[in-house]
Design a binder for this molecule. Structure first.
Ligand code: FA5
Length: 337
């Protein structure tokens, strides 16, 4: 009778509070089972053993049933909690935002690939330069009028500047890799110029310099390398032309043009109706520069060139304003992936 009542009470206890009330009621110190045990001494002696045994058995049975029920109730509670905070697997997933290469870096990698196939290694040199490397060793002593071609950011440390072009890397490369060995390197990096920022000109932009030094290098090698590069980067069959130019660190100096990739040479707004697009400055390394790099000009010769990947990217992608490149506007950057 007591057992049945206790068991059905236990089955009905659905939470921790009800379980605790049940435990006190039946198994507590003043609970009904201990009451039974306490009543033993009042019983006739002959009935005591059997009664005691039965009461103890009931106590054991109810304790075990209690433990079992407590465990079941705890599991139900956990299941309810999980269901409440659970993941709705039917919701559509959130697409993770993928990073992508900056358009300048994409062009840089393309350039590295083309020159790597022609045996050019990448060599990097510092963004913060000395006046000596940026100008003097490149055949522009203090006061040389050609320095005006590069408006310079000076630092508060005398003689220390932000490099205005990657050409000082030519001297670093020759001194590090020479003197008695041929060199074939490209030197990519940021350049800084105290310039009016316009749609075509930034004050911070990349350049990729090229330098080849050897015993029998001629202008024909320069032409061949640039023609191969132009065909690879802008598509096969490009026409190339060299125009006379001047850089103090090359002699002779040229500027290389390709026929306009947009109008095919007919003339359009991008090529300013000339049919040609300038792609780089270049020339044969000046004997003074060779000497400053540790190479004797009687035995060694070389060519060098310098190009701007942002301008190249603008042409290839039809970007009309260079200021987008470092404006950090995701709407622009996300278009290139
Ligand atoms: C030079 O800086 C020379 N050092 C290039 C050179 C190297 C000539 C080796 C001979 C031998 P220039 O100032 O023209 O040259 O710059 C080279 C390229 O850098 C330009 O064709 C252009 O693509 C890029 N560039 C120059 N100024 C800017 C600017 N303000 N913003 C973006 N790109 C620029």
């Amino acid at each position: 009778m007591l057992r049945d009542k206790a068991m059905s009470g236990l089955a009905a206890a659905g939470d921790e509070a009800a379980l605790e009330a049940w435990r006190i009621e039946y198994l507590g110190r003043k609970g009904q089972v201990l009451e039974l045990l306490r009543a033993i001494p009042d019983l006739p002696a002959a009935e005591r053993p059997a009664f005691g045994q039965a009461a103890n058995a009931l106590k054991g049975e109810l304790s075990a049933a209690f433990d079992e029920r407590a465990q079941a109730v705890a599991q139900l509670k956990l299941a309810a909690e999980l269901a409440a905070e659970g993941v709705d697997v039917t919701l559509p997933g959130r697409r993770p935002q993928l990073g992508r290469l900056h358009p300048s870096n994409q062009t840089l990698r393309e350039i590295y690939g083309i020159f790597a196939a022609m045996g050019f290694q990448v060599y990097t040199s510092p963004d913060v330069e000395t006046d000596e490397y940026n100008f003097e060793l490149l055949n522009m002593p203090p006061g040389h009028p050609a320095r005006d071609m590069w408006d310079t950011f000076y630092t508060t440390t005398p003689g220390l500047i932000m490099r205005t072009h990657t050409s000082p890397g030519q001297i670093h490369a020759m001194r590090a890799l020479g003197p008695n060995r041929p060199i074939r390197v490209i030197l990519p990096g940021m350049c800084y110029r105290y310039e009016q920022v316009t749609a075509r000109s930034e004050m911070m932009f990349h350049q990729v310099e090229g330098l080849a030094i050897g015993r029998h290098i001629t202008m024909a090698d320069l032409k061949g390398v640039i023609a191969e590069f132009a065909n690879q980067l802008y598509g096969a069959g490009r026409k190339l032309r060299f125009r006379c130019s001047h850089f103090p660190f090359t002699e002779p100096s040229v500027e290389a043009d390709v026929d306009c990739i947009l109008c095919g040479g007919k003339g359009c707004a991008v090529c300013k109706y000339t049919g040609w697009l300038e792609i780089m400055g270049a020339g044969m390394v000046h004997p003074t520069v060779l000497r400053n790099g540790g190479y004797g000009p009687a035995e060694w010769s070389g060519f060098a060139f310098g190009m701007g990947p942002e301008r190249i990217t603008m042409l290839k992608q039809g970007i009309t304003d260079i200021r987008y490149f470092f404006g950090n506007d995701l709407r622009f950057l996300e278009q290139f992936g």
